[in-house]
Design a protein. Sequence first.
Length: 240
Amino acid sequence: MALSSVSKNLLSLFLRSACPACGSSLYDEELLCPWCRLRIDRCGEMHWSSTGTPAGNPDESTSRDSITGVQVYSAVMYHGLPGEIVVRLKFNGEKHLAGTAAGLIMRYSTKLPRSDEIIVPVPASNRRKRERGYNQAALIAGKLASISGCRSLDILARDDSPSQVGLSPSSRRDNVAGVFHLKRRSHFPSGADIWLVDDVATTCSTIDSAAGVLLDSGARSVTGLTLTYRKRMTDSIIHR
């Protein structure tokens, strides 16, 4: 073997990147190592924001004609590794995982924003930002904009409200009703197509409420885009 080949192999050994989720070595150009990729399930369904109902399988008690709201696309299911990434990013201060989240959205989402569309992060309340020091949705949106070539505008604000954890679907919708508004002196091009980005969708009530503000302010269309979709367990007292 030529000396140059030996040097190249040694250099690649020492510069080998690490899996951002588990820290093991990455041997290729993949975002995650093979083991972590096995712990990901793609979310193949689009949901309506007004009800959280899958587009292809509306609830029997819900008339198809009554389903409104915006379309919400989630890249992967919450269980397994994606849920761990959300928790670590959201509560453990591991902000570097925002890039991983954006990469997973680009790889697994069935629909993505075009470069001429605008990405807007779902805002956190001032109380949450004080507690965490950042808004995880804004971090994901920024990374997603860099990868996709879209423009990211952090133009929405959110009033303080109780946590959504533990609330029923109807209570979750009541809890976020009227809490979103445009930031002072913030604006976007009239007739813009906007993608609302967040980390988790469960009932889609947060995206539904935020989307209403953007549509009322002149957006031509709003589409929800989240890293994960979390199924609400009907037999559980925990609704997150």
